[in-house]
Write a protein that binds this ligand. Sequence first.
Ligand SMILES: Cc1cc2nc3c(=O)[nH]c(=O)nc-3n(C[C@H](O)[C@H](O)[C@H](O)COP(=O)(O)O)c2cc1C
Length: 192
Amino acid sequence: MPANAAVRDYLLTRRSVGLAFLQEPGPDAGQLKTLLTIATRVPDHGKLAPWRLVVIDGDARAAAGEKLAQIAKAKNPAIEEAALNNERRQFLPAPLTIGVLSTAQEHVKIPQFEQLISAGNVALNLVHGAYALGFAAQWVTRWFAYDETAAAMLGARPGERFVGFVHIGTPTAVIEDRPRPDLDAVVTRWQG
Ligand SMILES: Cc1cc2nc3c(=O)[nH]c(=O)nc-3n(C[C@H](O)[C@H](O)[C@H](O)COP(=O)(O)O)c2cc1C
């Protein structure tokens, strides 16, 4: 396998762009298909494909935000209008958000833990795929990944859970990098 300097340099420098700084243009239909193909080409013990993806784009972004606001209001009738507006904008301004669901189930051989990790791989591959196509991305969860009513509204079926939502778009700002882990703190050499 020849060394791939472009991939190496990308992996050494990639950083997320906060979803508030993602705007149009987003991927077109062909790019979206490529992105989804990259996302689902992940390590997956037993070839179970223990995940599903939910695309939120176009008018669906505002519609999903409106439903989130309704759920937030039902949970907290005293919620302030500004907070409701934040809910309405959960899938804005990024032109594309892809929710990644873990569909992990009991299996004779493959632990659910491994199936869940595979879903995490899908989310990270979405991030990498977005950058490969010239966009930026951020993987977030937020409350609606964990709230049963909101997750169901966003497409989770019984027993499924969101591992996150990957927001994708064109960056409006150059993002400062953040400190990266000290390798000595996280790497040891096994010595028996
Ligand atoms: C499962 C998961 C959930 C995350 N949820 C959030 C979130 O809700 N809000 C947030 O600001 N960052 C969240 N992050 C962190 C961002 O994805 C990202 O790591 C962070 O913005 C730093 O960017 P980096 O990719 O340049 O390290 C989450 C990361 C993971 C793996």
